[in-house]
Design a protein around this ligand. Structure first.
Ligand code: SF4
Ligand code: SF4
Ligand code: SF4
Length: 325
């Protein structure tokens, strides 16, 4: 049976040759980088560069959003949620993209890979998942590492669902590496902490933020043409990093995204943060609360209304100290 990469290349060439799309958005491997980079394949020659492996990490929905033409886009389970979330919010028409679902094997974390492989990480030419291990092809040959040591935390317990609503699905489903959510304990500890303890915890992290906005740029839910943070007339949030203004930025972003029930838990914000702030933890605290209150998860149904964007007289007001009507 052909591997996922070969399957994708064949499908991409077929779609391009048949005129069903003029571009296939996927990934290619570039020497010197741990992660594969997005590739806009517009010809059979370019389609030959497409790959599918645990280094294919970036959420392509943010790239797809910028494409003016109809396109075929490779999506993993979690990134399908990003695409569906954008459909829910009428940012993309449901028929604009031809979705190529990929039963992904989980993706690697560059921080973990560099910790484990050191400088050898600059010489990765291929990555594959084999049962409980991730196998890297390096200059000196193959090296097998336990998956738990190099895989992104959000993938460890992911039950990779057959991506639904896709025109095609590539590859067979993989079993998750862990049964437990790796951040469950930390979430529990923070929920049980006092407001003072929580404030100290977040101030410790947020004070390190350099306000590069990489977390905002990569987030599939942060698509506003003009972000309130960038406003200069008036300046709502001063530009220079300070604890007070950093807290304001993170309060605004986390509320607009996870607090409104719009986070798809793709983990991209945490992945790109140069100072390693546990942003996924922050988002999960809010998203989990939305799930409890509204039994809602974003990006599951293109027709579903987003709880914070509709008014329902029966909504719980328990979080405001009032009983449900
Ligand atoms: S969270 Fe699941 S679907 Fe998303 S990259 Fe990880 S294993 Fe794949
Ligand atoms: S990516 Fe990290 S450092 Fe940059 S703005 Fe976001 S939280 Fe701050
Ligand atoms: S807030 Fe982070 S985890 Fe949530 S959708 Fe945006 S990038 Fe993904």
């Amino acid at each position: 049976m052909a591997g996922a990469t070969e399957e994708l290349r064949a499908k991409a060439k077929e779609l391009l040759a048949g005129g069903e799309t003029t571009v296939v958005l996927g990934y290619e491997r570039v020497p010197g980088f741990v992660y594969a980079r997005p590739l806009f394949a517009r010809s059979a020659e370019q389609a030959e560069r497409l790959i599918l492996d645990p280094g294919c990490v970036a959420d392509l929905s943010t790239y797809a959003l910028a494409l003016p033409e109809k396109a075929a886009v490779v999506v993993k389970g979690c990134h399908l949620r990003s695409m569906v979330g954008l459909m829910q919010e009428k940012q993309i028409a449901p028929d604009k993209f031809l979705l190529i679902g990929w039963n992904c094997p989980g993706v690697i974390s560059e921080r973990k890979v560099r910790h484990r492989l050191g400088e050898r990480a600059d010489y990765i030419t291929a990555v594959k998942r084999e049962a409980e291990a991730v196998v890297f092809t390096l200059a000196a040959g193959e090296e097998s590492v336990p998956a738990r040591e190099v895989m992104s935390a959000h993938c460890l317990n992911c039950v990779v669902e057959q991506p639904e609503r896709c025109a095609f699905v590539i590859g067979e489903p993989y079993a998750p590496v862990a049964e437990e959510d790796p951040i469950a304990e930390e979430l529990k500890r923070l929920r049980a902490a006092s407001p003072e303890e929580r404030r100290a915890f977040w101030e410790g992290h947020i004070s390190r933020c350099i306000r590069c906005y990489a977390c905002r740029e990569v987030c599939p839910a942060c698509y506003c043409q003009e972000c309130i943070i960038d406003s200069t007339r008036p300046v709502w949030v001063p530009r220079a990093p300070s604890l007070e203004d950093n807290l304001l930025f993170h309060q605004i972003r986390s509320l607009h995204v996870a607090g409104y029930g719009r986070c798809t838990d793709c983990g991209e914000c945490e992945r790109v943060c140069p100072v390693n702030i546990p942003l996924r933890l922050l988002m999960r605290l809010l998203s989990d609360r939305i799930r409890e209150l509204y039994q809602y998860e974003h990006g599951r149904d293109p027709e579903a209304p987003v709880p914070m964007q509709v008014y329902d007289a029966g909504d719980s007001e328990a979080h405001m100290g009032r009983p449900k009507r």
